[in-house]
Design a protein around this ligand. Structure first.
Ligand code: SF4
Length: 522
């Protein structure tokens, strides 16, 4: 890194500078072909802008195979330009992620954005099979373990004689633009888990609603999450606005109202380019005013457009952002709000929204409990009596399983367990059961990404990113809320499945303390 162009970590950790990051979505095909050369040339021009703290390179975004981000990262690092490399869990097992970490360190990459990744949408001779061995939380824990010199041998396997390595500066994502409470609140809870797992900074997913940004920052302060947040600003075009509005790119939200504006502006001779660049500049000014530590400019922008957005944003007077924030209010109709609105600003206050606060009273919860399904109640009872560690039932079951395993009766017992769990839970016999973690819903069969540490960012109106059914974490939230347990649903260690236990008895593994519960997950 050249002395004149400090990197992302340095700028965020040692100054109060409002940083700018630009996103580069690699192309499909070799770097040497026409698209590759054009893409690289456009990105190289960004290196000359001293305001660009990092170029952020996506990893098979949208579930499409594209050029490998590490190759491009090396190009920029050689020119003194810091980068963020996205690492998605979709295409690699935990061992693949680990060896990638060593490759990244070798190539000089410091900043990693850890994401679960969009589900694949294509592949050679059919659909590519996703991996999702761990999720974004597991990935953060794995890479933090590297930094801390944990069981994976420490940073780049440094010897005792080597100076300590600074390790990765780890980023994560959060989605504050969800329409439903049962989608939004788990996003925030998962962000807290990501910070505990090792995230150093956060980049929210895409939306055009200043109040949602404000609520995110207020919630982070309330939860004492003291990591820098970079506001995500995507420079739209009519085509992209249509794609986002049609929910074709998971987690990117353009409301019907904003689409109508985009259609109108795109009728201009410049196809709305001036309007879309100005919209982005206003968002940058708002982000700075709200207290974001920087902006993440997306949309594969040429250097001239990046400069124009940043220059326009800088031309606003310090207080202009308040008026601008009233204009960027394109939340989809009926969006849930966590905090009460402030009529004076159009933003939020620190008070919980009255409608939401009313649902948290003991009376409201009691009413909701009476409506809870008998099946869910039966699961809770069974857990309390037999599966909760430390209870007499749990100890007795442990003794029984110990004796039966000694008598080589473990296998028939496993068959019996499956005869119960397959029809009742669509169990996939992972052997490291997370039913108690997800309100007695199986994440192996009910979530296409097998997310065990909260929802991915892809749900839309409560429906899964991949399959036409409700997100398993939305259902879990709704089951837990009547019991006042929803806000604690992710207050635990990251759950990382132990694949040694596959096709073994999950009940035996629980009672004989071989599964993730025995490793400290409550
Ligand atoms: S069930 Fe929820 S967490 Fe799982 S892939 Fe679908 S949207 Fe994501």
């Amino acid at each position: 890194m050249s002395a004149t162009k400090p990197g992302l970590r340095e700028r965020l950790a040692t100054s109060d500078e409002f940083v700018a990051v630009t996103e580069l979505v690699p192309w499909r095909g070799p770097v040497a072909d026409k698209a590759g050369r054009a893409g690289l040339a456009a990105a190289h021009a960004l290196v000359d802008d001293p305001r660009i703290a990092a170029i952020s390179i996506t990893d098979n975004a949208g579930g499409h195979a594209m050029a490998r981000p590490t190759l491009l990262a090396e190009e920029f690092l050689a020119r003194g330009q810091d980068v963020i490399v996205h690492v998605a869990c979709r295409d690699r097992s935990r061992n693949g992620l680990l060896s990638l970490a060593w490759e990244l360190e070798r190539r000089g990459v410091q900043n990693v954005l850890a994401v679960s990744g969009d589900h694949p949408v294509e592949g050679f001779e059919g659909l590519s099979r996703p991996v999702f061995d761990v999720d974004s939380v597991g990935l953060l824990a794995l890479y933090r373990d590297l930094v801390d010199g944990g069981s994976n041998g420490g940073s780049t396997g440094a010897s005792a004689a080597d100076p300590p390595q600074p390790g990765f500066y780890l980023g994560c994502a959060v989605s504050p633009f969800k329409r439903l409470e049962a989608e939004l609140v788990p996003q925030y809870l998962k962000l807290a888990l990501k910070v505990r797992a090792g995230a150093d900074f956060v980049i929210p997913q895409l939306g055009y609603d200043a109040r949602a940004w404000d609520e995110l920052l207020r919630w982070m302060r309330r939860a004492d999450l003291r990591i820098p947040a970079l506001a995500n600003v995507y420079v739209l075009s009519r085509t992209v606005a249509r794609l986002f509005n049609a929910n074709r790119i998971p987690g990117c939200v353009v409301s019907d109202e904003l689409l109508a504006v985009a259609e109108r502006e795109a009728a201009a001779a410049d196809k709305g380019r001036a309007f879309f660049l100005d919209l982005a500049a206003r968002q940058v000014a708002i982000a700075r005013g709200l207290g974001f530590r920087g902006v993440y400019l997306a949309g594969n922008l040429p250097a001239a457009d990046v400069a124009r957005v940043l220059d326009t944003a800088a031309s606003y007077a310090p207080d202009d952002w308040r008026a601008l924030a009233r204009e960027i209010a394109y939340a989809p109709k009926g969006s849930f709000r966590l905090f009460a609105g402030d009529p004076a600003t159009g933003l939020a206050t620190d008070e919980l929204a009255p409608g939401y606060a009313r649902t948290l009273t003991p009376r409201a919860r009691g009413r909701a409990r009476r409506r809870a399904s008998p099946w869910y109640k039966a699961n809770r009872l069974a857990h309390r009596v037999v599966f909760a560690p430390g209870t007499p039932g749990f100890r007795a079951a442990g003794r029984v399983y110990e004796r039966l395993e000694r008598a080589h009766l473990g296998r028939p017992l496993h068959v019996l367990e499956q005869a119960v769990k397959v029809p009742l839970y669509d169990c996939r016999d992972c052997g490291d059961c997370s039913l108690p973690d997800v309100a007695y819903l199986c994440p192996e069969s009910q979530c296409p990404k097998g997310e065990r540490n909260g929802p991915c960012g892809g749900s839309h109106d409560g429906i899964c990113e991949v399959l036409p059914r409700r997100c398993v974490w939305v259902r879990a939230y709704e089951r837990l809320k009547p019991y006042g347990e929803e806000l604690a649903m992710l207050e635990r260690q990251p759950v990382i499945v132990d694949n040694r236990l596959r096709r073994t008895s999950a009940w035996a593994n629980t009672f004989l303390e071989r599964d993730h519960f025995a490793k400290g997950t409550p």
